[in-house]
Design a protein around this ligand. Sequence first.
Ligand code: THU
Length: 139
Amino acid sequence: MMTINEIKGLIDRALAARKHAYAPYSKFMVGSALLCADGSIYTGVNVENASYPAGICAERTAFSHAVAEGHKDFTALVVAGGPEVGGNAVLSRYCSPCGVCRQFMSEFCGRDFIVILAKSREEYKMLKLGELLPHTFSL
Ligand code: THU
């Protein structure tokens, strides 16, 4: 169970990170924040590339950031993304993780892992990874 304050704090981190998204091609800026079991938080942004498929989504950046620092147990992820550019733009839509990111998350997270899609710290919806990817691939 996450408290409202934990949720809002995690959304704040994702929205703050989003300002650093590197999306000169799509202009679709995404920020994410990943809460680890020990309470630490790692952020991610989408990082695009002139060779389009070489770019990476915000969610995978956040997971890679956390794994590189030694984390493998995760509680929740916030995703905040949209075409709005600039500092404190209020997002007009929910940004749902792409299929590749869902599979990437499922490497580390079970069905109950919380995925929060946020437009602002007041407007968000909470899903579980099991709802987003019911039949994950595993070896
Ligand atoms: N993107 C993300 O970072 N996360 C998502 O959940 C969906 C898409 C990025 C990839 C690309 O840089 C841009 O959004 C447009 O597809």
